[in-house]
Ligand binder design. Structure first.
Ligand code: F6P
Length: 340
């Protein structure tokens, strides 16, 4: 085996360039030609790829985003795209493809591997940390750090104006970013998709907190949260399954229910952009180097993973068959600090 391809698919996140750099550096050292595929699966469909060398991939460790570009294409819905992927993959002479992505990208990789279209190695990427089979995906740590810094900043303005601040973070189906940034940022309430909330109960705890003399509160909301007493709030999810905006409805209901001045801050893409944390650079680098070892050992269909700080691998199906939802022990611990 001589030629290894790499693509980054789905949502971008900090740390992708650390993985690309590590794959190119280790791959070249081990005698491989590394071909970068542009814009996720789209690059294989359009035959948009180029050989990556040390020069192109130097100085990128600390840069957010992905040097290769990305897209949210899911070719499984389109047989013509699958045909093009197969054709261009064969024509490129790539012997194995390292696919860096989250749930959807890795599901596509697994299916193409099962259909014997490509030989694949997976690398887990997700700011949501929703991939099973690994303690962490890179991108998550940076998102938690960015969200925590924002919560700290919003804390001081909420306190000065005696307001309730509802801060919406990413997390469509899992509340990891909300939970960890909420704990680190001292949130008074954390709302996660795994635990539907009752707005009236929330209002009651806020009233009790304010009766104790507190004049402000911080609420961290994952975008995918469900409200038991207001199922209609979740209808803000649009046709493309884009989330974002539920905090507006939650804030209005809280203001009406408590009479307290309530404001919203949706953190959005800020959580995905910019410089990766040291931790994400380190695990991204470790993942990239290990992906080359897996390719050399021809351990196809495997995804690089992290367990108790040891880099290992698991079958890709283990990572994608079930989402890794929030650890409820940690959520219950966080409740010790909720408004009461
Ligand atoms: O998949 C990660 C994620 O950050 C989600 O939490 C969020 O809903 C989504 O990406 C939004 O991404 P885009 O608008 O790029 O599809």
């Amino acid at each position: 085996m001589k030629k290894i391809g790499i693509l980054t698919g789905g949502a971008d996140c900090p740390g992708l360039n650390s993985v690309i750099r590590a794959i190119v550096r280790k791959g070249i050292q081990d005698g491989y030609v590394i071909t970068g595929i542009k814009n996720g699966w789209l690059g294989l469909i359009d035959n948009d790829m180029k050989v990556l060398d040390l020069k192109q991939t130097s100085g990128i460790l600390d840069r957010g985003g992905t040097l290769l570009g990305t897209s949210r294409i899911n070719p499984l819905d389109n047989p013509e795209q699958i045909r093009k992927i197969e054709e261009n993959y064969k024509r490129s002479g790539i012997d194995a493809l390292i696919v860096v992505g989250g749930e959807v990208t890795l599901k596509v990789a697994l299916e193409l591997y099962r259909r014997k279209v490509i030989k694949v190695i997976g690398v887990p990427k997700s700011i949501d940390n929703s991939l099973s089979g690994t303690d962490y995906a890179f991108g998550f740590d940076t998102a938690v750090n960015v969200a925590t810094e924002c919560i700290d900043r919003l804390h001081t303005t909420a306190e000065s104006h005696h307001r309730i601040m509802v801060i919406e973070v990413m997390g469509r189906y899992t509340g990891w970013v909300a939970l960890e940034s909420g704990i680190a940022g001292g949130a008074d309430i954390i709302m996660i998709p795994e635990m539907p909330v009752d707005i009236e109960e929330v209002c009651e705890s806020l009233r009790r907190r304010h009766q104790r003399g507190k004049t402000f509160s911080i609420i961290v909301v994952a975008e995918g949260v469900k409200c038991k007493d207001h199922p209609e709030f979740s209808e803000v999810v649009d046709k493309q399954h884009r989330f974002g905006g539920i905090s507006e409805s939650i804030a209005q209901a809280i203001e009406q229910g408590t009479g307290y001045d309530t404001r919203v801050s949706v953190l959005g893409y800020i959580q995905r952009g910019g410089t990766p944390s040291a931790y994400d650079r380190i695990i991204g680098t470790r993942f990239g180097v290990h992906a080359i070892s897996l390719a050399r050992e021809e351990k196809f269909g495997q995804m690089v993973s992290l367990h108790n700080n040891v880099i290992q691998s698991v079958p890709i199906e283990r990572a994608v068959e079930e989402r890794k939802t929030v650890n409820m022990e940690i959520y219950d611990m966080a409740k010790v600090f909720f408004a009461e």
